[in-house]
Design a binder for this molecule. Sequence first.
Ligand code: FES
Length: 311
Amino acid sequence: MSVRRLAPDHVQPASFAFDAANENWADQQIAKYPPGRQASAVIPLLWKAQEQHHGWVPRAAIEAVARKLDMAPMRVMEIATFYTMFNLQPVGEHFVQLCGTTPCALRGAEALKKVCEDVIGPQSTVSADGKLSWLEVECLGACCNAPMAQINFDYYEDLTPANFKTLLEDLRHGRPVKTGSQIGRSCSEPEGGGETLKDPALYDGTVIGAGDWQARVTEQRKAAAEAAAAKAAAEAAAKQAEAPKAEAAKAETAKADATPAAAAKQATDTATPGRPKPSDPGQPTGAAQDTPSAAGKPQAPAAPGGDKPVK
Ligand code: FES
């Protein structure tokens, strides 16, 4: 594990400020958090500061982030020195993070450190041509293909002193390199290819007694489609067979309505007087029967020359 210290004063810049685009980006990150919780944006802002400052975080950037988030500079310093994702020293164009944790160590990481020292120089220093620098870090989560290193944003796995040295030289001279396993392993399969889960029966359901379920489902769907088509055809045929009978019945009804007896009955029905309607003249209304006089109650005499009764 490397010691996490700020770079010496002679390489520290006098000041740091986000450029306009990054300032805007930082404001957007801060806006993601509730008021008073802007400190939660400290890691994204430190990351952006590192990106802007050629891959490392100077003291001035730590102080600028602290001011931006209204935090004590020491709080931001604690975060920047804790996470190895933040480089506190200048880095080369190709920054090698070599895993030195137990699985990688057991698989030869110590020999890879020697390669770094030989090809690049001491840890946390940039090679004379500015192309390479290296740092030992903790587990990077690719133990299955140990030993490994992360170079900028890519992983290089199954390293040996020989292929690692070639890799570093290729990077230094701008030659194309292969990311991932350096021995042709696919993902984290065993060397030589996968040895398990190769039986096709695992994928058609026979292993769990389901047989060839895909063929069975296909058959079921085909049978259902055929049954639906047969039902539709039968319904159409029945409808077609019923059509002449309906037409005959309709003609029979029309014929019966046209006979002399039917015409006479219709004329009789038309001549029968209907029940008088309540609004017919001469018929007593319910309202009249409900008047006081109608109920036997004496009425006041009408006032002479007026309609109102005398009280
Ligand atoms: S121990 Fe090296 S990647 Fe996990």
